[in-house]
Design a protein around this ligand. Structure first.
Ligand code: SF4
Length: 387
């Protein structure tokens, strides 16, 4: 099992080299793009990238295949539309996922904004790469979205939850919630970082002394957001495509969106980036985007596949091509993860079937497990894979 784990994520100012060129991640403020911003990004993807973008699990938009010579031009365009931070450090710390269902200018909106502002200030806690926050709505939509510090509405105030903890902090209002969330990040910095890396969950496992205001986690269940889509099962998570409280959710196979699709979406309305390989368009009528998924039963929604070959230098196979071939064979209720190597970038958890490339077009098969669990079948050729 051989792969490289990077302790940081690409940004706009600090893109990452990949097999298909530079990967440049755009962090839209509160995950929302005005139509003009989305169109400018689509133009960048055409002009300086390979025309493909990723919708990431942190609700960001990632340009792929960017030529190094195009980076400066891309930064100039992104600066002009307000999407570039003061420096790469501030950009990395502005790691806040807001529920795509948050009302514009509502309490959750202002809370996410306040945290982002505090985390980009000169006196912000210097959290390691990948450390992030989530700000949810009621009912919760981000229960399965990774975050080190989660904020959820509780009555008229907020609950501030460290990932992996059985305790919480409370806040009476938005300003107090933002201040306490950032204070919790400062608390994490006292012992939570080793060799420049660290996550809240790992820190709590080491049993640090808790903050003075910590209270036991309320036992009330947190119901998950149920999408209003016609065929979506009640309590479906992540929310499936269909009508949403503030627009329409559209799925994209493997979270990949083309410049043409982004242009079509921008022509309809403002966009919310989601952590669910989906885009929310703020519109009332059912939108039509070529190749987007609006059927909640589409098997491609139950398949995760990483970038794979040729985009990733560590990949041993073109996993997305294989995933599309296998999609029609996927049984109802079954989910599939196809990974180009054992690193499992697309999904660390379990799936009904996980396929891990172990050689050129050869796969190990794991049932009800993740990419690092023991395989029950090894060295399978693509046409010999049982689902
Ligand atoms: S899991 Fe996929 S994207 Fe991640 S390193 Fe391996 S091949 Fe590349």
């Amino acid at each position: 099992m051989s792969f490289t784990v990077k302790g940081w994520c690409p940004g706009a100012l600090r893109p990452m080299q990949s097999g298909d060129g530079l990967v440049l991640r755009i962090r839209a403020h509160n995950g929302r793009l005005e139509p003009e911003q989305a169109q400018a990004i689509a133009d960048l993807a055409w002009t300086h990238g390979n025309g493909l973008m990723d919708l990431t699990s942190r609700a960001n938009l990632q340009l792929r295949g960017l030529r190094p010579a195009g980076h400066a031009a891309a930064i100039a365009v992104l600066t002009g539309i307000g999407l570039v931070d003061r420096d790469a450090g501030a950009e990395a710390r502005r790691n806040v996922v807001l529920s795509p269902f948050a009302a514009l200018d509502g309490p959750a909106w202002h809370l996410a904004q306040a945290i982002a502002q505090a985390m980009t200030a000169p006196n912000a806690p210097q959290v390691p790469g990948k450390f992030g926050f989530s700000v949810d709505t009621d009912p919760p939509a981000l229960a399965d979205t990774p975050a080190d510090i989660r904020l959820r509405p509780q009555g008229t105030g907020w609950l501030i939850l460290p990932d992996g903890g059985d305790w919480a902090l409370t806040a009476d209002n938005t300003a107090q919630a933002a201040a306490r969330a950032v204070a919790l990040a400062h608390w994490f910095m006292q012992g939570g970082v080793r060799d420049g890396r660290g996550r809240m969950r790992d820190h709590l496992r080491r049993g640090p002394a808790l903050p003075a205001q910590a209270i036991p986690l309320p036992s009330s269940p947190f119901p998950k957001y149920s999408c209003d889509s016609a065929a979506g099962p009640a309590g479906a998570h992540p929310p499936g495509p269909g009508a949403a409280p503030n627009g329409w959710l559209l799925g994209f196979a493997f979270g990949q969106i083309t410049a043409r699709q982004l242009t079509q979406a921008a022509a309809i309305g403002p966009l919310r980036l989601t952590p669910w390989r989906a885009l929310l368009i703020e519109c009332t009528a059912r939108p039509r985007i070529e190749g987007a998924i609006l059927d909640p039963q589409d098997p491609l929604l139950r398949i995760r596949a990483c970038t794979g070959a040729p985009g990733c230098p560590q990949a041993l196979a073109d996993v997305r091509a294989l995933a599309r071939r296998l999609a029609p064979r996927l049984a109802t209720g079954q989910d599939l993860h196809v990974s180009g190597c054992a690193k499992g970038c697309a999904h660390q958890g379990a799936a009904s079937v996980t396929l891990v490339a172990t050689g050129r077009d050869r796969f190990d098969l794991i049932r009800d497990g993740g990419p690092r669990d023991p395989a029950i079948l090894s060295g399978l050729a693509p046409d010999r894979i049982p689902l």
